[in-house]
Design a protein around this ligand. Structure first.
Ligand SMILES: Cc1cc2nc3c(=O)[nH]c(=O)nc-3n(C[C@H](O)[C@H](O)[C@H](O)COP(=O)(O)OP(=O)(O)OC[C@H]3O[C@@H](n4cnc5c(N)ncnc54)[C@H](O)[C@@H]3O)c2cc1C
Length: 271
């Protein structure tokens, strides 16, 4: 926990009263991580097959995964479709809720980058609907914030996120926003990830609730251990209790949005 007078050496904004630094944390380019991991998999003889959505998983001693183009039989299957699962395995959709979140990237900021984030740390606030941001390698500010319950893409990402960015950093009000994007993550009621088995040879992992860039790497390791017969660490997660969102698949989005309004009000009032 830093001294309040030291906040601006990390994040040059008058929006914060306190700061907790995690010296073991960091930030990185997630697409490069995914590309590097895919290359590592391929170097070990694995194959990545894109544009081949699974339409059905057939249970059995050797489960069969069906796509529109063909099918694959395997000893083990892992379902990790997260917020994009649709109706593939309804029991996995039942205790989770897809949500949208949006991010913008400014033009390269040059010296202004060192002014707003002098220590080049990534930051998230502790509001219920939080802001999160960091600098890219080419010194753009990448800024995300807010949640849209239910999988929906807003039409104008910049008009939603840029005002949040300027509220934190008024010094960026004339800076150009060059990119904006949106995507889905999978929320669980207790915000803990869901891992388990659908049968003795079909595993699943999902629902990192917005923290999956790091957790999915641990999940991969634990799934690998479980498939090789060492399930102790996998079981620690598989035993976590999970519950459906109030309202079921029809009403969970409006119910959660109503609840979030209350939490957003508390954020605004600072209570
Ligand atoms: C804008 C945005 C910003 C985020 N920022 C952060 C952050 O700063 N830090 C952080 O930790 N997390 C962040 N997250 C959350 C993070 O991206 C997710 O937690 C993480 O990607 C989850 O990984 P996953 O592998 O479980 O799911 P995903 O990365 O969503 O991958 C699921 C994959 O399954 C595929 N799939 C789905 N259905 C099928 C099917 N039927 N057949 C075949 N394939 C299928 C999809 O195409 C997709 O490739 C962010 C998310 C978004 C959208």
């Amino acid at each position: 926990m830093t001294d309040p007078t030291a906040i601006r050496a990390v994040v040059n904004s008058d929006r914060y009263q306190g700061l907790l630094i995690d010296p073991t944390g960091g930030h990185f380019h997630p697409l490069n991580l995914a590309l590097g991991e895919a290359a590592a998999l391929e170097s070990l003889g694995g194959r990545v097959v894109e544009h081949s959505g699974v339409t059905r998983i057939e249970r059995g001693a050797a489960p069969t995964v069906h796509t529109a183009q063909g099918s694959v039989r395997a000893k083990f299957v892992t379902v990790a479709c997260n917020a994009y699962i649709g109706d593939l395995e309804p029991q996995l959709a039942a205790k989770s809720m897809p949500c949208g979140t949006q991010v913008i990237a400014t033009e390269p900021l040059g010296d202004l980058a060192g002014d707003i984030l002098p220590s080049d740390y990534c930051v998230e606030d502790n509001n219920f609907l939080l802001d999160y941001f960091r600098l890219s390698a080419d010194k753009r500010l990448i800024f995300g914030g807010g949640v849209i319950y239910g999988a929906r893409d807003p039409a104008h990402v910049e008009s939603i996120i840029a005002p949040k960015m300027v509220r934190v950093f008024p010094q960026l009000k004339d800076v150009k926003v060059e990119f904006g994007w949106t995507g889905y993550f999978l929320l669980t009621l207790n915000r803990l990830p869901q891992m388990g088995c659908l049968s003795n040879n079909i595993y699943f992992s999902q629902g990192c609730s917005g923290q999956g860039v790091t957790f999915t790497n641990l999940a991969g390791r634990l799934l690998g251990e479980a498939i090789r017969g060492q399930a102790e660490r996998f079981d620690a997660f598989a035993r976590l209790p999970h519950y459906p969102f109030p309202g079921g698949r029809t009403l969970r989005v409006p119910f959660t949005a109503m609840g979030a309004l209350w939490d957003e009000l508390r954020d605004r009032l600072g209570v």
